[in-house]
Write a protein that binds this ligand. Sequence first.
Ligand SMILES: Nc1ncnc2c1ncn2[C@@H]1O[C@H](COP(=O)(O)OP(=O)(O)O)[C@@H](O)[C@H]1O
Ligand SMILES: [Mg+2]
Length: 147
Amino acid sequence: MKSRTIRTQSEEETIALGESLAAELPAKVVVLLIGNLGAGKTTLAKGIVKGLEAAHPDEVSSPTFTLIHEYGPRVYHVDLYRLDRAEQVATIGLDEIFEREAVVLVEWGERFPELMPEERVEITLRAVGGDEREISISSRMHTDEHG
Ligand SMILES: Nc1ncnc2c1ncn2[C@@H]1O[C@H](COP(=O)(O)OP(=O)(O)O)[C@@H](O)[C@H]1O
Ligand SMILES: [Mg+2]
């Protein structure tokens, strides 16, 4: 997966970007979705889940209260927003999920860097006015030739 920065102009464009990114993701990968509330993390997750054909975008919502959504055995969507401490995160069994042959999308994962695998993809989203979003993809997979 190539590191790069892209701008989208609408929710639909961000979903389409997620769909195309899905095709580039390894079968086993942790993807941190980083950005403020409303930046578009869940929207991008919808596109990735759609691209992976794991669920329809309407079925994808932020797992803010449930903490983890499972879209079939190969796709997980985690939201750590409501957790304050690493000990709480430990209780939801993330380590075990990270070991699976699955795409694991994590919102607010950057709040617990010590609990995230070193090998991962980071996608940072930023509102840059109106409906425009700057989306930076940074791959930290050892299999990539270029970081
Ligand atoms: N270019 C864009 N990409 C993604 N979302 C956008 C864009 N422009 C406007 N939006 C709106 O911003 C909000 C993003 O919400 P959401 O994806 O839930 O963010 P987060 O999960 O980061 O809190 C949605 O209301 C969406 O319609
Ligand atoms: Mg969200």
